[in-house]
Design a protein around this ligand. Structure first.
Ligand SMILES: *Cc1c(COP(=O)(O)O)cnc(C)c1O
Length: 383
């Protein structure tokens, strides 16, 4: 079986985890801040806060930016449901901005029109969450300009995009956003088993993210409402969660981070090979923008000029041959839970057309040439 993605674990990853198991700290020890510092350095950003998933990171990022009841959050319909659920966790309302069909990312044109319309109706979003689909950054410069004009905050959902670059700088430097979120789930670029990280330039946001991941508790006297009672003292000053990452996970993440650039380079090499093989077929790659270097979490193609049934059939036939092709993503607004909130077919036409055409085929750093040839020959046959 050839999966659509998988982790690459070597002996040094294993040793890093064993070392923690034999140490005094399984959680709340030194590996978590070490991983945070390494990610912050990698991204050229001041602060990084490790949590137990990107979903948790998105949730506390929304809270830290003040998202609450009656607020509005916008994201892309072509994403994993977590990009939208985070707003609902805060009691806020969610809406979507249609995608650019060529890149699969949030369309700046649609965003800009929707903002103008929302301003008239006095219904502007508090936060917009662009999602860097498959590892290619959204047009952050334009989204950032719109944020200044309309006064919203930005959380980048970079779950796919650690190791990617935008305008020659690392995704996660937060030049054009308030907070950026990464996922370390095993199918993503690097893994800590489960795990996520929120990065920010803003020291106060970082402090609040740290409190929210651990019950809303602080041990910092400057954040307390009265003098310390003694060395045991801490205060809960807001309502937080247990969203902590363990030291086992952080050690794995740290070890994986050493190989991040190598993984991304390998993914880019595999992509070139695929693209060459598909040149003369009715297969469209996600358009790559010149200001972006993608981390290629996924290899997504669109089968254009093919009807819905044939599209489905290609995915099923590949699966029958043990090639676990997939589809990222089902438009979030068409999930039953979201339909119950009032969304319907027809709301976001580009996202819906994308869903009828897109498929994900296998891509991971340890993929061999023969794996790749097998995928290619099968795809060529069924398309
Ligand atoms: C994987 C993913 C998430 C959630 O990541 P977890 O670490 O599994 O919580 C959120 N957004 C996107 C776009 C993802 O792909």
């Amino acid at each position: 079986m050839i999966p659509y993605g998988k982790q690459s674990i070597n002996q040094s990853d294993i040793n890093a985890v064993i070392e923690v198991l034999q140490s005094d700290w399984l959680t709340q020890g030194p590996k978590v801040p070490a991983f945070e510092k390494a990610i912050a350095d990698y991204c050229s950003v001041n602060h990084a806060v490790a949590v137990n998933s990107a979903t948790s990171a998105l949730h506390i990022a929304c809270l830290a930016l003040g998202v609450g009841k009656n607020d509005l959050v916008w994201t892309s319909p072509i994403s994993f449901v977590a990009s939208a659920n985070c707003a609902l966790y805060c009691g806020a309302n969610i809406d979507f901005v249609d995608i650019n069909l060529a890149t699969g990312n949030m369309s700046v044109d649609s965003l800009s029109k929707k903002l103008a319309d929302a301003e008239e109706k006095d219904n502007l979003p508090k936060v917009v969450i662009p999602v860097h689909l498959a590892g290619q950054s959204c047009d952050m410069k334009s989204i950032n300009e719109l944020s200044k004009r309309y006064g919203f905050k930005i959380i980048e959902d970079a779950s796919h995009a650690i190791g990617a670059k935008y305008l020659d700088k690392p995704v996660g430097n937060c030049e054009f956003s308030d907070i950026c979120v990464f996922s370390f789930h095993p199918v993503k670029i690097i893994t800590s088993a489960e795990g996520g990280m929120a990065v920010t330039k803003d020291v106060n946001l970082a402090k609040q993210l740290k409190r929210l991941r651990s019950h809303g508790i602080t041990a910092d006297p400057t954040e307390m409402t009265e003098p310390s009672h003694g060395p045991w003292y801490y205060q809960q000053i807001e309502l937080g969660f247990n969203y902590r990452m363990t030291d086992l996970q952080a050690a794995l993440g740290l070890s994986q981070l050493n190989k991040l650039d190598e993984f991304v380079a390998k993914r880019n090499d595999l992509i070139i090979y695929y693209n060459n093989a598909f040149k003369d077929l009715p297969i469209t790659q996600l358009q790559q923008e010149k200001e972006c270097y993608s981390s290629y979490h996924l290899y997504i193609i669109r089968l254009t000029n093919i009807d819905k049934e044939h599209h489905k059939n290609v995915i099923c036939q590949l699966r029958k041959q043990g090639i676990m092709s997939h589809l990222h993503y089902i438009p979030i607004h068409l999930q039953p839970y979201y339909k119950d909130l009032g969304f319907a077919l027809g709301d976001f036409p580009n996202a819906e057309r994308y869903y009828d055409e897109a498929m994900t085929i296998p891509l991971y750093p340890t993929m061999t040439n023969s794996d790749q040839l097998e995928v290619i020959s099968n795809l060529v046959q069924y398309v």
